[in-house]
Write a protein that binds this ligand. Structure first.
Ligand code: A5P
Length: 216
């Protein structure tokens, strides 16, 4: 909260970690401790919560650059590289992360890993038309992918796409080359690897204290 300045245009992430931040932001805008903050939400869920809390929303058409973005993550690996997207919002989260120099990630210590892909599957958002094609192309590369489901049906993102979960028995050996490979498959819309995008990670400890991890 202390990093958010009056008059700024910010991006708001998705997930259970970001939720309390939305409450606090709404409170500070209501009591006047913060003024003229507008936000780009990264999901319909976050947008709905912001509307409930009277946090003013804007679009990327109106504001193509953001002072900062605050979001959660599923894994933080070496170099502050991340896996994101278990909340289903990775595409908008990545677009928003790409237009700020200050992506701030808030996590608890359980999300810190020595190697990406050891704790979490890697979500990949795919066009419904090409989902099976992508799955087969991944299998040729030795990557096992399962369609994400919800209540027994395919999970559909806010963008009308499907999600494949790739699982790695021993983690991801080279996130950079995996990302290139994934982006070269027609039908892949975006993947959950966020490499070299994060400015600061704030780790909340069980005793209420916080510590920061920085790339530099
Ligand atoms: C949403 O798509 C995700 O990228 C979330 O940021 C991530 O899953 C962290 O969510 P939690 O804060 O709920 O763990």
């Amino acid at each position: 909260m202390e990093l958010i300045r009056s008059g700024s245009v910010i991006g708001l992430g998705t997930g259970s970690t970001v939720r309390p931040l939305l409450e606090l932001l709404g409170e500070r805008l209501r009591d006047g401790r913060l003024t003229s903050v507008v936000a780009v939400p990264t999901s319909e869920d976050t947008a709905a919560r912001c509307r409930d809390l009277a946090i003013p929303l804007t679009t990327l058409e109106e504001h193509p650059k953001l002072a900062l973005v605050i979001d959660g993550a599923d894994e933080i690996g070496p170099g502050l590289n991340l896996i994101k997207g278990l909340g289903g919002a990775l595409l908008r989260e990545k677009v928003v992360a790409s237009i700020t120099r200050r992506q701030i990630i808030v996590i608890d210590p359980s999300k810190i890993v020595d190697r990406l892909g050891t704790r979490s599957p890697l979500p990949v958002e795919v066009l419904p038309f090409g989902a099976q094609v992508v799955k087969r192309k991944l299998a040729v590369k030795g990557l096992v992918a399962d369609l994400r489901t919800k209540d027994g049906k395919p999970f559909v993102t806010d963008n009308g796409n499907l999600v494949l979960y790739i699982r790695f028995e021993h983690g991801i050996a080279s996130p950079q080359s995996l990302e290139r490979d994934l982006n070269n498959i027609p039908g892949v819309v975006e993947n959950g690897l966020f490499l070299s995008m994060t400015w600061k990670v704030i780790v909340g400890e069980a005793d209420g204290s916080t510590r920061e991890l920085s790339r530099r």
